[in-house]
Design a protein around this ligand. Structure first.
Ligand code: SF4
Length: 87
């Protein structure tokens, strides 16, 4: 059974895993977004993933000021670049 009270992207998200931010900042984001059922849907990383199905660029944070459409465009460029790099 899925735990729907936390963000379903936690397993994959570099922000949640604190790979790209400090321990203290990661703790704040987890508390403010990732682990809060009513808040994770407003995370820009989550919204971008829902809109595109693509990995969100690592530098996008949950409270990014960029509109989701722009983040999706960045995600598409990122995916295209990675496809080229892998071929
Ligand atoms: S940062 Fe956003 S996408 Fe990542 S786990 Fe937290 S709520 Fe989910």
């Amino acid at each position: 059974m899925k735990n729907e009270s936390i963000c379903p992207r936690t397993k994959f998200c570099p922000v949640f895993k604190r790979k790209i931010i400090s321990e203290a900042t990661g703790k704040e984001y987890r508390k403010d977004y990732c682990l809060v059922e009513t808040n994770f849907p407003s995370c820009k990383r989550y919204q971008s993933f829902l809109a595109s199905g693509l990995k969100t660029p690592r530098y996008i944070l949950p409270d990014s000021s960029l509109p989701v459409e722009e983040i999706v465009e960045e995600a598409k460029k990122f995916a295209a670049h990675n496809t080229q790099a892998a071929s």
